[in-house]
Write a protein that binds this ligand. Structure first.
Ligand code: GLN
Length: 286
């Protein structure tokens, strides 16, 4: 069959299965199956053996996430290994990492802590784009942290400044006490999905529950995270927390109610939806 015919059929099957971007997914899976970059597909006249592609397509029709099938997720400048057991990093999280990088751009050796790091997307991007940063990545899920370590090792082998990976719970009062009052930025994409939310099958069935669910209003873990952040940050240090699009009011309100924070602000993602809250820990003399 020609790649054109194969892709048309595949995109139709994916669309019928309810996949959100059927054509793009078909192309990425065919490219992956053939071991060529996606841009090369248009130059191929014939696909002599489509067995591998068919197998991948069947799984995608069953709503296995695209990134689990290709084994990787693009995030800012990095390609991260992902698969069962770890949350697939999302494009909407790229901006919070960008915000952190802007804030620490003027510091030679900023201390940055990423709480609930999963694949390591935010932590490893900060280390990649600010080689002086001293980054600690914390993850509590034993299945997920295997991916964190894998990605951290791969980035260090590629020449990035190594990131410290730590098994731990972001709400634990004993977490990282050696950094108390010394951290410049605490960043997190915590589990924040409200318990009654409905999620696409790729997310509900394949992203780890620990990375998603945040209790009745989705903010249970964030409440604990605020205490940890207030303890770790130096006076004037910064916090950045991702949230659901329905939490653009409630999360800033929670931070203000917690006390000790100034400059509480909310930021939209590229689609214009409320996506992350930032705040500064009060300086001692203000
Ligand atoms: N943004 C994710 C989703 O809706 C949820 C991520 C999270 O809870 N941190 O799929």
């Amino acid at each position: 069959m020609t790649p054109r015919e194969l892709l048309q059929q595949a995109a139709r099957r994916l669309a019928e299965a309810g996949v959100e971007s059927p054509r793009v997914d078909a192309e990425l899976l065919l490219a992956h199956a053939l071991g060529v970059p996606r841009a090369r597909l248009v130059t191929l006249d014939d696909v002599p053996d489509s067995t591998r592609f068919s197998h991948l397509l069947d799984q995608r029709v069953a709503r296995v996430p695209l990134q689990h099938l290709t084994g990787s997720a693009a995030f800012r400048h990095l390609e991260l290994a992902v698969g069962p057991g770890v949350f697939v990093p999302r494009p909407e999280t790229e901006q919070i990492a960008g915000w952190v990088l802007e804030q620490v751009a003027g510091l030679d050796a900023p201390v940055v802590v990423d709480l609930g790091t999963g694949s390591g997307a935010i932590a490893l991007s900060v280390a990649h784009e600010h080689p002086g940063a001293r980054v600690t990545a914390v993850e509590r899920d034993p299945d997920a942290i295997a991916w964190t370590r894998h990605n951290a090792d791969a980035r260090a082998a590629a020449g990035d400044t190594p990131v410290t990976v730590l098994a731990g719970d972001m709400t634990d009062r004993g977490l990282l006490t050696d950094l108390d009052g010394r951290v410049d930025v605490v960043v997190s994409n915590p589990p924040y999905v409200p318990d009654d939310a409905r999620l696409p099958r790729e997310v509900a069935d394949h992203d780890p529950p620990l990375a998603l669910w945040g209790g009745p209003d989705g903010l249970d873990v964030v409440r604990g995270l605020l205490h940890t952040a207030a303890r770790l940050l130096r006076p004037g240090g910064l916090l950045a927390v991702e949230h659901a699009d329905v939490q653009g009011g409630s999360l800033p309100a929670l931070v203000r109610a917690h006390g000790g924070w100034v400059d509480v602000a909310d930021h939209p993602d590229l689609a214009g939806r409320p996506r992350f809250t930032t705040a500064q820990l009060q300086k001692r003399d203000t």
